[in-house]
Design a protein around this ligand. Structure first.
Ligand code: NAP
Length: 457
């Protein structure tokens, strides 16, 4: 059926807004605007869909839109910043599941669309179904509902067998189109199982890359199903999400120095094994000494991590930094690409606290400066400053680029106790001769340093 020009034009306009929105999201300064634009793009695309002549099931569509929008509105308002990765996993899963459901309906109708369209529908269904169940597992792991990593015996063989079975079933569906319902059920069961089995063993530090990969999968699946439905807005939105997700996956894998094949087939488990014995002991320091060390320093580099997010300490940290700057200390923030629990996590928190962008530096920009810093202040970061990644070949995180905080003259670490980071690996930095541990929750600790700085005048 050829659609009226106004519907096609509105879809095209919506798709254009998606692209402009994504462009806006490439910088923290314009990200908010980008999200709003993409939101308007979605609104236009949905509204235009209601203008298709001869539309049926309008009440069902409105009910689905209403319940989906209400759920998204309330969960979006309520979600904590630290729970954002779970939320992204849920949205990925929804997108992948929706793409697979579109394909399922098209197969169930039994309309033969021609080989190319059926092939794209099958590929979209496979990717969407894998992304759906994989994202559910990712959600359960990140939410702490299940063990972080669970490896089957002969895991990689099971993965390959399921992937080949899904491909063979899909090929049969294309050859037979329209396929019998039993074949369609078995195909979806295998595809859904594949998503579970591939994701189960992945845990620890690899989870962000997997979520990003499923994001790319969902985009591709939506794009393919957009082709099946003849909907340009879906095709463009899918391609944009697929391309952005693929690039992000590559960037993150590079940031962790873990090829994607390695992440999927030889994952680091949550309870990491390996890593050589660490010599020395952790040496404690009080807030008063930590404050004095920074107050009389020339240069302080702050490395925030997941613990700063948990403690909501960003405002206090910025207040402390401003006081140091007023005292003539140069203060910079060093951001590791996978610090926290989602890409850009630290940038978002620091921006929220009002830290100017020109004080925030990426790993490549700042790493050469740690050797000239009098103090590296680590606030709730662990894996991203673990020197074992540089030096200990037996460490599970060996090869991951890290912030060279250990090169600073003095290192102060604010954390609550002796807890390990997300990868479960011990951190040699905490035992270093130039490192002092300031034990406590990051927010009150930053508050205590502020009090001490005030007392020093
Ligand atoms: P991390 O390695 O997870 O370490 C966080 C540290 O913060 C812990 O050692 C913990 O020690 C401390 N902490 C927790 N709550 C605290 C609080 N209230 N106050 C003070 N300290 C607190 O964090 P990271 O260095 O930021 O590294 C991120 C890790 O997460 C990497 O392994 C990365 O691969 C992974 N990851 C990243 C993403 C992403 O996209 N950015 C997503 C998922 C996973 P105590 O318990 O002793 O306080």
């Amino acid at each position: 059926m050829s659609l009226p020009l106004y519907v096609q034009g509105a879809w095209f306009g919506g798709a254009l807004l998606f692209i402009l929105g994504l462009k806006g999201m490439s910088s923290p300064a314009s990200a908010r605007r980008g999200i709003v634009w993409a939101g308007y793009g979605m609104l236009i695309a949905i509204a235009a869909s209601f203008l298709i002549p001869g539309l049926k099931n309008i009440a069902l569509m409105i009910a689905a839109l209403g319940s989906g929008s209400a759920a998204a509105w309330f969960s979006g308002k309520k979600v904590k910043m630290t729970d954002m990765p779970q939320m992204v996993a849920v949205y990925n899963g929804m997108g992948g599941g929706a793409a697979a459901a579109i394909a399922a309906i098209e197969f169930a109708r039994g309309d033969a669309h021609g080989t190319i369209t059926t092939t794209l529908a099958v590929i979209g269904a496979l990717i969407g179904a894998v992304s759906f169940t994989g994202s559910c597992i990712a959600y359960a792991k990140l939410q702490g509902l299940m063990q972080r990593a669970y490896r089957l015996p002969a895991q990689n063989v099971v993965n390959v067998v399921l992937a080949l079975a899904a491909a063979a079933l899909g090929a049969t569906m294309i050859a037979l189109a329209p396929a019998e319902p039993e074949l369609i059920y078995v195909f979806f069961a295998v595809a859904l199982a594949l998503g579970v089995v591939v994701t189960l063993p992945i845990g620890g530090a690899d989870m962000p890359v997997v979520i990003s990969l499923f994001n790319a999968f969902t985009g591709l699946a939506v794009g393919f199903e957009g082709y099946v439905l003849g909907n340009p807005a879906l095709i463009i939105a899918g391609i944009v999400v697929g391309a952005a997700g693929t690039l992000l996956t590559q960037l993150m894998a590079k940031a962790m120095n873990r090829p994607l094949s390695n992440i999927l087939f030889t994952p680091i488990s949550g309870a990491a094994q390996g890593g050589g014995a660490i010599e020395g002991s952790m040496k404690e320091v009080g807030a008063i000494d930590a404050a004095a060390l920074m107050r009389y320093a020339s240069k302080v580099i702050i490395v925030p991590g997941y613990g700063m997010a948990v403690a909501h300490a960003q405002h206090k940290v910025w207040e402390m930094s401003e006081m140091l700057e007023e005292a003539g200390v140069e203060v910079k923030f060093a951001i590791h690409p996978v610090a926290g629990r989602m890409p850009g996590h630290m940038n978002v928190l620091l921006a929220e606290a009002g830290v100017p962008y020109d004080k925030i530096f990426d790993l490549e920009e700042i790493n050469g400066e740690f050797a000239q810093a009098d103090v590296a202040l680590i606030i709730g970061a662990n894996d991203v400053v673990n020197p074992s990644a540089r030096t200990d070949k037996s460490s599970p995180i060996y090869g991951m680029p890290i912030l060279n905080a250990d090169f600073a003259q003095n290192v102060i670490v604010i954390k609550r106790g002796k807890g390990t980071g997300y990868s479960g690996v011990e951190n040699a930095l905490f035992y270093g001769d130039n490192t002092r541990m300031l034990y406590g929750d990051a927010q009150p600790m930053a508050g205590e340093i502020i009090q001490q700085l005030k007392a020093m005048g």
